[in-house]
Write a protein that binds this ligand. Structure first.
Ligand SMILES: NC(=O)c1ccc[n+]([C@@H]2O[C@H](COP(=O)([O-])OP(=O)(O)OC[C@H]3O[C@@H](n4cnc5c(N)ncnc54)[C@H](OP(=O)(O)O)[C@@H]3O)[C@@H](O)[C@H]2O)c1
Length: 262
């Protein structure tokens, strides 16, 4: 078979850094990278969670490295990236997944809440990428996947689910993704964003999943009629992290059962 038909899905010799790997979608993405054969570096603040996940991955035959990282703190990100490079020697894939969803709108959110939203969801990507990109440029190779949200392009109508800082910060992730993609494409680095719809996680289980009103409205809106199931985001993340997406640049790939097409 010629190379044209080798779609490049193999992650067998890759090192993937998962930022925000201590719970939810990030932890499951780390499991998926490991199942696809990649070595994974697990980053977040809750090291006990990362260690438990690392043990799970290693006992399944994978390789995992645990590194504490607070994405709101540039120094912490610099130290964390350096620790990953010491342990793994290179970084092929960066999944910028850390995020917070603060509830409230312009009339209720205070500056601390706006800052926390942007410091985590936007500057968090900047802080980690700042130290990973030079390494990727040097190697002329890199796959960066930024987790945005459908809430970058749509908002919630029901008052109790209003999250203006989340909407604004996730929209900023799309602009940042396009800017980074334009600057780094010539270095063999792809930068793309993923927009999950609704998935169960710590972020959503105590709020959105608790509300029949929200779930009914969501079910009525989403052509698939249900939230995303565990694992249904991973195919897109792995695709954008593999050479199968070598010509996909600066895109926003939505995984929402079709909710945003209605
Ligand atoms: N679940 C959904 O329906 C949904 C939909 C659209 C988009 N998303 C996005 O998907 C991503 C993952 O969210 P999730 O749903 O899986 O929620 P989650 O379970 O609450 O996970 C959030 C992750 O972000 C990490 N994090 C938060 N602040 C951090 C910081 N300052 N430094 C380092 N890590 C930090 C958390 O780790 P520590 O607390 O241990 O630091 C945790 O691992 C987020 O970007 C979210 O906006 C989720």
């Amino acid at each position: 078979m010629t190379d044209f038909f080798n779609l490049g899905f193999n992650l067998g010799d890759r090192v993937a850094v998962v930022v925000g790997a201590s719970s939810g979608l990030g932890a499951d993405a780390a499991r998926a990278y490991a199942a696809a054969g990649a070595d994974v570096a697990l980053l977040a603040r809750r090291v006990d969670r990362l260690e438990a996940l690392g043990e799970e991955i290693e006992s399944a035959g994978g390789r995992a490295v645990v590194v504490r990282c607070d994405v709101t703190d540039e120094g912490s990100c610099r130290t964390a990236v350096s620790a990953v490079l010491d342990a793994c020697e290179r970084i092929d894939i960066l999944l910028n997944n850390a995020g917070v969803a603060v509830r409230g709108g312009v009339e209720t959110l205070n500056d601390e809440e706006w800052d926390r939203s942007f410091d985590t969801n936007v500057k968090g990507i900047v802080h980690v990428s700042k130290y990973v990109v030079p390494h990727m440029k040097e190697r002329s190779y890199g796959k960066i996947v930024n987790i945005a949200s459908v809430n970058a392009v749509i908002a919630d109508k029901q008052d109790v689910f209003v999250r203006h800082a989340y909407n604004a910060s996730k929209a900023a992730v799309l602009g940042l993704t396009r800017g980074m993609a334009c600057s780094y494409a010539r270095y063999g680095i792809t930068v793309n964003a993923v927009g999950p719809g609704l998935f169960a996680s710590e972020m959503t289980e105590s709020t959105l999943f608790k509300s029949d009103e929200f779930l009914d409205a969501y079910g009525a809106l989403d052509p698939t009629g249900r939230p995303g199931r565990r694992g249904e985001l991973n195919g897109t993340i792995l695709y954008l992290s593999s050479d199968a997406s070598s010509y996909v640049q600066g895109q926003f790939v939505v995984v929402d059962g079709g909710m945003t097409i209605v």
